[in-house]
Design a protein around this ligand. Structure first.
Ligand code: ST9
Length: 621
């Protein structure tokens, strides 16, 4: 048996009972994809994930990739190669591709359900398998030449990378200095050094295409300061014939010059990438022949942020299920009610109140955040369906934009903390040793709060771009929906107290946002009693807002789930189903009673924020 514990029942609950994805399947572009086929896909991926993908999870952590600085090459562990091949041979990456590229179009809600299973079993496999997805971005933005490149990339299953970060330009992508110099033949030579580039070198595929942000040099109307001056280039590792896709044998001048030694997810190579070495130029093609780099790159970033949030939550889910299994078998100590009796029988630790508190905390967050991911994916279904019918669902686009930093930022923070403080902790000292997967989960999950934009970046994105710049439209629509649920009488009297707790949480989050908006307005020169430093009061609360809004949405989705579960419990159910639905009601109640009330304290903190910490002398820290 491998480390991975999946929860397909909860995935299908979300898809079909909470989010009614049957309304999407079997219609329009998904006419060939009915409910049974979707479930069969999930079952097959679940099997693959639990066996061949999960099989190399621990081995490739203990025997990570080997980098040879002389040849700039990386040799991957054999066990991992087998997992990767199994995933690619199964062809599930095609679910994310359009038919024109040989894909099998599926709604994003199904894609992200599949992704959860793969990411929970072996996240690096899913990440190395992103090449065809990056080909899709090339296809969407490209010229005829680029579309040909995209087709070759998919057909030959090449690897791909997203190349933004530089040693002195991490969160601040606009500070990047890598240059692109136009050549007479229409190509470009890239010069510079990039850092922290995921999957930039390996021996899993015959070629790797790098998608590189660089600043065009000496080109009128392009190459200015900041992110808007960046353009996106396709830079192949090996040159290839544009007609046949065959490698010409020429090595392009883009080389990995270092591979990081990391705390976790060691099998995923994190590389320093140098463009132009020893007189060998790094040749690239301008994507779409337009200088629109940052917007093009954000198409990838948005997908990758969703991926990171899903990875984090998938890891917490398997962490919780491993902890649950352990708690049901590990015997330690007497029942607390008999603790005065030294001869009392020893019990399994699931009998202890503090273990129950911990398990229910894990369960409710896992289920709430799975719903958050799949709810967001269901909004993406609306975006995609509208696009395919030649229109736009602007409300869905705005809501998706609002939810993405929450999926990524909130999902990764809650998952990483709960994996350490609750899932690993359930094992006692055994959680700290490598006999169980928890210590690796914790190490592998930490990166999720860091890459694809740190939590600080997600908090700022949420407030400044997704709320203020959106003029609160998406937030307003979401709040209205939550308010309507509270007022709906859902649960037939059985969720009354919980709905009241949700209303209070909604009011508290609204008050936090109102105070931040007030602080922002008072920082604008010209406003009454303006003080530009009041913007710091906002900055002191953006992460707080990210977390409370995540809690609020999870609480709402859990209570919606509880309403459905209570309804189901009125029917005659097999034992396992009865317990499943009882568990859904229990997690919603637990979350409403133990998590949502904390938002009131966050409100007090946010409303009482002053600039004391900003005024403090650095030496006082
Ligand atoms: C990394 C790799 O960490 C991690 C692992 C990757 C694994 C590989 C997996 C690959 C999967 C890919 C599969 C692809 C499949 C896709 C299929 C899809 C069909 N939303 O506010 P401004 C844009 S990599 C959208 O002024 P600053 C927008 O164009 C490293 N767009 O920002 C905007 O213009 P406008 C990850 C956004 O002050 C323009 O940017 N690094 C958004 O200049 C300028 O905006 C990071 O994530 C958004 N939320 O720059 C960087 N935001 O305003 C983190 C901005 O006119 N840093 N744009 O619309 C940031 O995000 C910064 O906030 C900043 C600031 C760089 C944007």
């Amino acid at each position: 048996m491998t480390h991975y514990r999946s929860n397909l029942r909860d995935i299908t609950f979300n898809l079909f009972e909470l989010l009614d994805r049957d309304a999407v399947l079997g219609t329009g572009p998904y006419a060939d994809l009915d409910h049974e086929t979707a479930v069969a896909v999930l079952e097959e991926v679940e099997h693959l994930a639990s066996t061949e993908l999960a099989a190399s999870f621990a081995d490739s952590d203990r025997r990570p990739p080997v980098f040879d600085p002389q040849t700039h090459a990386v040799t991957m562990p054999e066990s991992f190669k087998r997992s990767y091949r199994a995933y690619m041979n199964a062809g599930w990456f095609r679910l994310e591709l359009p038919a024109e590229l040989g894909g099998q179009p599926t709604p994003p809600s199904l894609q992200w359900s599949v992704a959860e299973l793969a990411l929970g079993a072996n996240p690096a496999v899913y990440m190395y398998a992103s090449g065809p997805g990056l080909g899709h971005v090339i296809y969407l933005n490209g010229t005829q030449r680029d579309r040909r490149i995209a087709q070759i990339m998919v057909d030959r299953q090449w690897g791909g990378t997203m190349v933004l970060t530089e040693p002195d330009a991490g969160s601040d992508v606009g500070a990047g200095r890598t240059r692109a110099i136009p050549q007479p033949d229409g190509s470009w030579h890239i010069e510079g050094v990039k850092r922290f580039i995921t999957s930039a070198e390996h021996d899993l595929t015959e070629n790797i295409l790098h998608l590189v942000l660089a600043r065009p040099y000496g080109v009128e109307g392009a190459g200015g300061p900041g992110t808007k001056g960046l353009s996106l280039f396709i830079v192949p590792k090996y040159d290839f014939d544009l007609d046949t896709g065959e490698l010409t044998g020429e090595r392009n001048g883009v080389f990995v010059t270092g591979v990081e030694k990391k705390m976790g997810i060691k099998v995923s190579t994190t590389c320093e990438l140098t463009f132009g070495i020893d007189g060998v130029p790094a040749k690239g093609y301008l994507l779409g022949d337009v200088h629109n780099g940052i917007a093009q790159m954000f198409q990838i970033i948005e997908h990758a942020r969703m991926m990171v949030g899903t990875k984090a939550i998938a890891t917490l889910s398997t962490g919780y299920l491993n902890a649950l299994e352990y708690a049901k078998t590990r015997v330690q100590g007497p029942d607390l009610a008999q603790s005065a009796d030294k001869t009392a029988p020893r019990v399994r630790i699931i009998s202890h109140p503090d273990i129950r508190r911990s398990l229910m905390t894990q369960k409710s967050f896992v289920e709430g955040m799975r719903s958050l991911v799949l709810y967001t994916a269901s909004i993406q279904d609306r975006v995609v369906l509208a696009k395919q019918s030649g229109t736009a669902d602007v409300g869905a686009e705005r809501l998706n934009d609002l939810l993405l930093p929450i999926v990524k930022g909130y999902g990764s923070e809650r998952s990483w903390v709960l994996l350490g403080t609750e899932s690993l902790q359930t094992f006692g000292g055994s959680g700290f040793v490598a006999d169980y997967p928890l210590e690796q989960y914790v190490r592998d999950a930490k990166i999720d709060t860091l890459y694809e934009g740190t939590t600080a970046i997600q908090g700022q994105d949420l407030f400044f771009r997704k709320i203020i710049r959106d003029r609160g439209q998406a937030l307003g629509a979401l709040s209205e929906e939550i308010g309507a649920f509270v007022a709906s009488g859902a649960g037939n009297g059985q969720l009354k107290e919980e709905r009241e707790l949700l209303q209070r949480a909604l009011d508290d989050v609204g008050a936090i946002i109102a105070s931040m908006v007030g602080q922002l307005q008072s920082s604008v020169p010209g406003s009454p009693s303006a003080d530009v430093r009041n913007i710091y009061l906002v900055g002191l609360n953006t992460t707080r807002l990210l977390m409370v809004l995540g809690d609020l949405i999870c609480g709402w989705l859990l209570l919606r789930s509880a309403e459905i579960a209570l309804d189901a419990l009125n029917r005659d159910l097999p034992e396992a189903e009865k317990h499943f639905y009882e568990g859904k009601v229990a997690s919603a109640r637990w979350f409403a009673r133990t998590v949502l009330p904390k938002i009131s304290a966050e409100r007090v903190i946010a409303e009482g924020t002053d600039n004391g910490v900003m005024d403090l002398a650095e030496m006082a820290f």
